[in-house]
Design a protein around this ligand. Structure first.
Ligand SMILES: Nc1ncnc2c1ncn2[C@@H]1O[C@H](COP(=O)(O)OP(=O)(O)O)[C@@H](O)[C@H]1O
Ligand SMILES: Nc1ccn([C@H]2C[C@H](O)[C@@H](COP(=O)(O)OP(=O)(O)O)O2)c(=O)n1
Length: 286
């Protein structure tokens, strides 16, 4: 493939990303008339200057506006009345609160969802479970939805293209400054694509450490009717976790961002270690 063809492919990819963002931005604005989405100044990448076409919309910020009419009529030009959330996470820009993301990682059945539910109840953060979003997408009946269903049944990790657009859409809809992203990033492809596409770096990573035997027992007792909670798929998921997800935890650990929690205890005891970490972050919220 020539350099020119490769460059053209990247330009088209950026255009496609821009289009899909316009769709989700418009959808969110319609569904939440009191919240509108304003496209920020494009962030140019040194390596791919044309990527501003896609990233301009990735950098959409949430701002509350005075009138619902204003929001639904001219989302791209409505003037911000109150500080909102900067989804680009490019940093604290004037009048915008920085999005604070916590990645919640751990093996299948380590208790990620259980602990996130407790955090939501106490602190009201936005909880996005990548697995839940993918399971909901399975029901769409689209070719992507069917692919997701098959991959989950096999214990495999779905391509980031699908997972990241679901996460981005949910972040925009949620409109909160503090977000728990549960079960993501699960491999290097997830991590690198998310960082490249959103520029978001987690405040820290909550890592629930739990022996496989304990997780296996929990998953077999979960009884939520999931297609992957059977012994054959559980074993595959453990293998994928060790081979693909542990390197991500190690990556963040090397940056001093991992908060390791012993998850082989009663949920309340686990939470006693988790809550102060999130409570500390609250004091930085705007
Ligand atoms: N600390 C714990 N001790 C015992 N059982 C737990 C604990 N945390 C979660 N569970 C149970 O184990 C199962 C898996 O927990 P879940 O939170 O869904 O894990 P994950 O989101 O990591 O897959 C659920 O049935 C849950 O009720
Ligand atoms: N980032 C992600 C997260 C989950 N998935 C898929 C693959 C996982 O085995 C399933 C279930 O993930 P979920 O986080 O809900 O549950 P477990 O932690 O495996 O119990 O979803 C994915 O492909 N990519």
């Amino acid at each position: 493939m020539t350099v020119r063809t490769r460059l053209l492919q990247q330009v088209f990819r950026s255009l496609r990303q821009a289009t899909s963002r316009v769709e989700s931005v418009s959808k969110a604005a319609l569904e939440h008339p009191t919240v509108t989405l304003v496209a920020c100044a494009p962030q140019q990448s040194k390596r791919m200057p044309w990527s501003c076409l896609g990233y301009g919309f990735a950098a959409a910020s949430l701002v509350t506006v005075a009138s619902p009419l204003e929001a639904s009529c001219s989302p791209a030009v409505a003037a911000p009345q109150t500080a909102g959330v900067d989804l680009s996470n490019a940093g604290m820009t004037a009048g915008k609160a920085k999005l604070q993301v916590i990645f919640v990682l751990g093996g299948p059945g380590s208790g990620k969802g259980t602990q996130c539910a407790k955090l939501v109840q106490e602190f009201g953060l936005l909880h996005l479970s990548a697995g839940d979003l993918l399971r909901a997408h399975m029901k769409s009946g689209t070719p992507d939805g069917n692919m997701v269903a098959e991959m989950i049944k096999q214990g495999q990790i779905v391509p980031s293209r699908v997972t990241i657009s679901l996460l981005e859409e949910a972040m925009l809809k949620g409109g909160k400054q503090q977000v728990l992203i549960d079960g993501f990033p699960r491999n290097e492809e997830n991590r690198a694509a998310f960082e490249a596409q959103t520029g978001i770096e987690p405040e820290f990573v909550l890592f629930f450490n739990c022996p496989e035997a304990v997780m296996e027992k929990r998953l077999l007792g979960r009884q939520e009717g999931r297609t992957d909670d059977n012994i054959e798929t559980i074993r595959k998921r453990f293998k994928v976790f060790m081979e693909s997800s542990m390197p991500i935890i190690n990556f963040y650990d090397a940056k001093g961002r991992v908060r390791k929690i012993d998850a082989d205890r009663d949920p309340e005891d686990v939470y006693a270690d988790v809550r102060p970490l999130v409570e500390a972050l609250q004091s930085f919220a705007v």
